[in-house]
Design a protein around this ligand. Sequence first.
Ligand code: AVI
Length: 322
Amino acid sequence: MENNPKPYLDTPFKQDVYKGLSDFPKHLSSKYLYDANGDKIFQAIMNLPEYYLTNSEFSILQENKEEICTLFAENTPAFNLIELGAGDAKKTKILLAHLNSINANFKYLPIDLSENALKQLESSLAEDFPNIHVAPKCGSYIDALETVAFSKNNKNIILFLGSNIGNMLISQAISFLKKIKRLMHKNDILFLGCDLKKDPQLILNAYSDTSGITASFNKNILKRINTELQGNFNVESFMHWEAYDPESGTAKSYLVSQKPQQVTIAAINLKVHFKAWETIHTEISQKYDHEMIQQLSEEAGLKIVSKFGDKQDYFQNYLLIK
Ligand code: AVI
């Protein structure tokens, strides 16, 4: 940080935690939920009965893999399959298996913030698909996208699955899509997974499961501050709280202090006071309807050319071009 009056704020994590916990209302970015422990808890979330998103998108890909893969592979001798936020690529493996079975000529480039997730993915892909060329890239989505071999000669297919776009505010999603559009060439495709507005109770349940796994995922951010920034959060004195607004389609996660307390975070020289029931906002999970996606794409300058839904109308995958 240039001209930093606080030299101990020497990493983005430290700067963001300092800023977020000094603001009112307090907030922390959901990108910090994912360390090795957070990755593991998120895998468990994806297997929760309440977390319908994974199964919905899984069934869409399973049922439409032939058509989707044909659209990916048409009009090009070879293509790059670039995935933003690949994680364990559980759903992507449906497409990889099908592309492999039709001998498609492609390279898979998974991008993820988590080095740990990418290492595990690389070894599981080597086992499942030894003949697929895999080139993982660690980093934030746009930074990594800018550095991967975006081929001018072959088509680039960008996968952004799992409602990852939902973890951005709508305004952030538009500017993010605009950045992707700028990197795309004429023939390139963005394949986007969006969670849809539905029975508000189902959405609420997906983010406040009865086994408490989502609560431990949310609280992991405090544990991370404790271990990485020498904090002394009493994690159990915070409760996980989810709120869903069916009008805007925004689900918001909070950590709520159940008593007045003071927390010290030594590495950033910060003392944080919490009143009883004061909140830290940690994540948004935006739900869309078709008109909202249409508008989002138009504002980003992208065109929807195909869409694929599940039987229950819970989730939608969109194929976009520039
Ligand atoms: C990664 N992302 C799409 C998840 C979601 O549904 O917003 C993260 C998550 N947070 C709580 N449960 C799942």
